[in-house]
Design a protein around this ligand. Structure first.
Ligand SMILES: [Zn+2]
Length: 317
């Protein structure tokens, strides 16, 4: 595991230690390519959700150890951290998160900051809830921000290359010996992500319908990027069961807007989708939010499955 020196090295301490401090935290390039190498040389990265775990692993390879905070199949807006995870996050060299996705992660970072933070909300152009996604009960509550942004930043596909670059730069700053590797890997993954964006752009260019209903409105970035319109049933940053009144309201809206299909992300309650589908005579389709994938899953393959589902459901040629 990491040496005490590297476990938590705030910038100010690094400055005091100068290059000696940095060298102690770096991987030796001279080390023969033994699998895994010295565990003490790895950069520890806490990631919030699977898309960032995947990016960090693609870019950092064996030089990084990524610890994902959200357990597989948990709910992204409401998962809790164990005391052990809070400690691990505070000791990490880097955290890759989106502020406001998880109150538990935000609180832990404030309480015990990791060495550095890449906040994806600072990198991409944020989108804000539109009229179809507002949760009216939340809006009546004084405690809620009327301009809450859409925290599903990992679905901002055209902007993920920028996120890859930022992760590569952050890793290079922490571990300059690996800078060339991080830059090359970030460039390679960015190229694949750019091809994915092109596939979405081409694949969703000509469709019978551009409006869809979704139980939890997590695909707003996809809708915005490729000129589709999502009508969400719940609020943006929650995944709770809506009231019957809300379901009725959304049904009316979907009918008026000519929504032809209803989607539900993995963590949503499929019953809601079934109710809406029955009421409106729509077909239910599953979309993957990409947050709960098994370790090692290729994110791009998952996103391609979503594209196939979208194309089929919307009748794209
Ligand atoms: Zn969500």
């Amino acid at each position: 595991m990491r040496s005490t020196l590297c476990r938590f090295t705030p910038v100010a301490v690094l400055a005091l230690l100068g290059t000696a401090g940095l060298a102690a935290c770096s991987s030796g390039d001279s080390a023969a390519g033994g699998g895994g190498g010295d565990a003490g040389d790895t950069v520890s990265v806490s990631t919030e959700v699977y898309p960032f775990t995947w990016l960090v692993t693609e870019i950092g390879g064996d030089r990084v150890e990524a610890n994902q905070l959200m357990p597989a199949n948990a709910e992204v807006h409401s998962f809790e951290l164990s005391p052990r995870q809070v400690e691990q996050l505070g000791q990490a060299d880097l955290a890759v998160v989106t502020a406001a996705v998880s109150p538990a992660v935000d609180a832990a970072i404030e309480q015990s900051p990791p060495g550095a933070v890449v906040d994806v909300a600072d990198i991409i152009s944020l989108r804000y809830a539109d009229a179809h996604e507002h949760d009216e009960e939340a809006e009546e509550d004084d405690g809620h921000d009327h301009e809450e942004f859409d925290t599903h930043t990992w679905l901002a596909l055209p902007e993920l290359p920028k996120v890859a670059t930022a992760i590569g730069e952050a890793l290079a700053e922490i571990n300059p010996d690996g800078a060339d590797t991080y830059q090359a890997n970030a460039a390679a993954v960015s190229e694949r992500l750019t091809e994915l964006d092109t596939a979405y752009r081409d694949g969703l260019a000509t469709c019978d319908s551009r409006v869809f209903l979704i139980t939890h409105p997590s695909f707003g970035y996809v809708a915005d990027a490729y000129d589709l319109e999502q009508i969400g049933v719940t609020g943006l940053n929650e995944d709770t069961e809506p009231s019957p009144a809300r379901v009725a309201e959304v049904s009316k809206l979907a009918e008026a807007e000519g929504a032809s299909v209803v989607f539900f992300p993995a963590t949503s309650n499929p019953k809601i989708a079934d109710v809406l589908a029955a009421e409106l005579g729509l077909e239910v389709n599953h979309l993957d939010e990409l947050t709960a994938a098994e370790p090692g899953t290729d994110l791009i393959a998952l996103a391609e499955e979503n594209l196939t589902t979208l194309r089929g459901a919307l009748g794209c040629s």
